[in-house]
Design a protein around this ligand. Structure first.
Ligand SMILES: Nc1ncnc2c1ncn2[C@@H]1O[C@H](COP(=O)(O)OP(=O)(O)OP(=O)(O)O)[C@@H](O)[C@H]1O
Length: 263
């Protein structure tokens, strides 16, 4: 079970965006997808969602090849929350969560606003601490609240795999911690692109590190968050220490020196 990415390559024109990526995303766990800007994280998430078709290789979700399924069947299995998504009209929070029910409606004209759908959408809002905001209009929510409602929409889709592209963007520190705790508690196989290495080390069961479209490392956080790998991929100097209370890896960056080329 879980997700298996087998030898996936993808190019746009002459540019190789993903190169022969093979990785396993364990079932029921939170897997973090790390890598610098432009590493290919969003592209890989879209490939796993079945939206982008790779030039070669395949993705298995619970043993089924995601690109062999039609859009609706794929969306019943995998929910993707992309960066900076907003509804085009000013819906209420519950209506946004209800959009997650679309892949489950029957037929083109099937109704997806029945009692069951409302209950599932409300439960999803509750899972991200937004049940009290169900009737609030989208434009009156803060950026962090909107982000949580979008995650509720993905949860309401009842996927077996949840894909989140930088879900902690725009969130303050307590909202970041709360969101990742809540996502973990759902127990859904989750694959999330994250930029904060320490946050990833604290909350993820498994990490996948990309650079330049290639897989650099995958495994338990303490095996991936190592100064030599961080230096190779991000070009910065760091030390990694165990958190004094929890033992999770904490990444401490050294300031750039005056002659550093990144300066
Ligand atoms: N439609 C496109 N046309 C051309 N190049 C693209 C397109 N989409 C993505 N790319 C390129 O593919 C590479 C990977 O992009 P991607 O968005 O997957 O990276 P990322 O790791 O998610 O980056 P970030 O952390 O900045 O969000 C980048 O070099 C990007 O410029």
């Amino acid at each position: 079970m879980g997700v298996t990415i087998e030898d996936v390559s993808y190019r746009i024109g002459e540019q190789r965006i993903l190169r022969e990526i093979s990785a396993a995303i364990p079932s029921g766990a939170l897997t973090g997808l790390l890598g610098p800007n432009g590493a290919g994280k969003s592209t890989l998430l879209r490939v796993v969602a079945g939206i982008t078709t790779p030039d070669s290789g395949r993705v298995l979700v619970d043993h089924e090849e995601i690109h062999a399924l039609d859009r609706k069947s794929a969306a019943q299995r995998v929910a993707l929350l992309e960066q900076n998504t907003s509804p085009t009209t000013d819906l209420s929070a519950i209506d946004v969560a209800l959009l997650g029910r679309i892949p489950h409606r029957s037929g083109i004209l099937g109704d997806f606003r029945g009692d069951d759908d409302r209950r599932i959408a409300l439960d999803a809002l509750d899972a991200v601490g937004m049940a009290a905001f169900a009737d609030r209009r989208w434009h009156t929510l803060s950026g962090g609240q909107q982000q949580r409602v979008q995650i509720a929409r993905a949860i309401a889709q009842q996927p077996s795999v949840l894909l989140l592209d930088e879900p902690t963007n725009h969130l303050d520190v307590s909202a970041q911690l709360s969101l990742l705790s809540r996502v973990r508690r759902l127990g859904i196989t989750t694959f999330a692109a994250l930029h904060d290495l320490t946050l990833a080390g604290a909350y993820c069961d498994h990490l996948i590190l990309l650079d330049g479209g290639e897989l650099v490392a995958q495994g338990a956080p303490h095996t991936v968050l190592r100064p030599e790998l961080i230096s190779r991929v991000y070009g910065v100097d760091s030390v990694v220490v165990p958190h004094p209370k929890t033992g999770h890896p904490v990444v401490l960056f050294s300031p750039l020196s005056d002659d550093d080329p990144l300066r």
